[in-house]
Design a protein around this ligand. Structure first.
Ligand SMILES: [Zn+2]
Length: 296
């Protein structure tokens, strides 16, 4: 396991690709673990070797909370915006766009297919941390920055004395920014991304794939990453100009590969993401009948 000072990086399987993520352990008396999407074997090794007393989840998504249950005796804190949402299955279904796209019927199906462990995990979250407040865990200072966009409550732990930021789902992957739930927001995503670049940090740790970036690398990666938003705009405008309906647009693969769009949750997120771009572009299109209602 790689360390940066007192911080230990715990990797997820397959380079911490979704549905896993990277966790960060603060090696101090308070025994703090940030996110639990890493390899369960390695998380248990950390528990055995150092112990875990407190878990801080950056947000409620399953790839960052899925192994909370491995630590039955640890306190678990969520960000204050998502604490309530995360406590009900209905709240999560709504924030994932299940209700927006498919109504009550969708929520029923969603409930039937949820992994029990994840529900247990979210039910065990017992408290919240404050944003923008300096905590000191055994002398390790950390500020949970409020960086909305990916979700409305996403926190990015920043270690001012170490010059390190844990930027979880600012993951710099080729997929690009994800803001496809009803609690995601494109403009916020861009603003929070720009804020992360302004930090006095020389090391950025992402939750997925590559992992550790120097400031210069992160800056360059962020430029490419945020530019994907504009490419999505262009693609969508192009299809709209050809007369595509919303339903047709949701099947071409703007975010997810076309072949994966038969999977209900990808289809849901694809639709949610397209809606946000249409709104940002000021475009209104017909849901099904092919007629362009109005365009800017
Ligand atoms: Zn996430």
């Amino acid at each position: 396991m790689q360390s940066i000072g007192p911080l230990i990086i715990v990797e997820g399987p397959k380079n911490s690709k979704v549905p896993f993520s990277r966790s960060l352990y603060l090696n101090c008396d308070e025994k703090v673990l940030i996110d639990t999407g890493a390899n369960p074997k390695d998380l248990l090794k950390v528990e055995e070797e150092y112990g875990v007393k407190l878990i801080l989840n950056t947000h409620y998504h399953p790839d960052h909370t899925q192994h909370n249950h491995l630590f039955p005796n640890a306190e678990k804190w969520m960000n204050p915006i998502e604490y309530e949402t995360a406590r009900t299955i209905e709240g999560i279904a709504r924030s994932n766009g299940v209700y927006q796209e498919w109504g009550e019927e969708g929520i029923k199906l969603w409930k039937e297919n949820l992994p029990l462990e994840w529900i247990q995990n979210l039910g065990e979250i017992s408290g919240t941390y404050d944003y923008e407040t300096e905590y000191s865990f055994g002398g390790i200072k950390v500020i949970m920055l409020h960086t909305p966009g990916h979700t409305s409550g996403l926190a990015s732990p920043y270690f001012p004395d170490l010059g390190v930021a844990f930027v979880s789902d600012y993951d710099m992957t080729a997929f690009g920014p994800w803001y496809n739930g009803t609690d995601g927001d494109i403009e916020d995503f861009i603003k929070s991304g720009e804020r992360l670049l302004e930090l006095d940090a020389d090391t950025y740790i992402t939750g997925h794939q590559k992992g550790v970036f120097s400031k210069q690398e992160f800056k360059e990666a962020m430029k490419r990453y945020l530019a994907i938003i504009n490419k999505r705009d262009e693609k969508i405008e192009n299809y709209v100009s050809k007369g595509f309906t919303f339903d047709e647009l949701s099947r071409v693969g703007i975010f997810y590969p076309k072949r994966t769009l038969e999977i209900p949750i990808f289809r849901t997120w694809e639709r949610g993401g397209i809606r946000k771009h249409l709104q940002r572009l000021g475009i209104i299109i017909s849901e099904t009948d092919g007629a362009l209602v109005s365009c800017r």
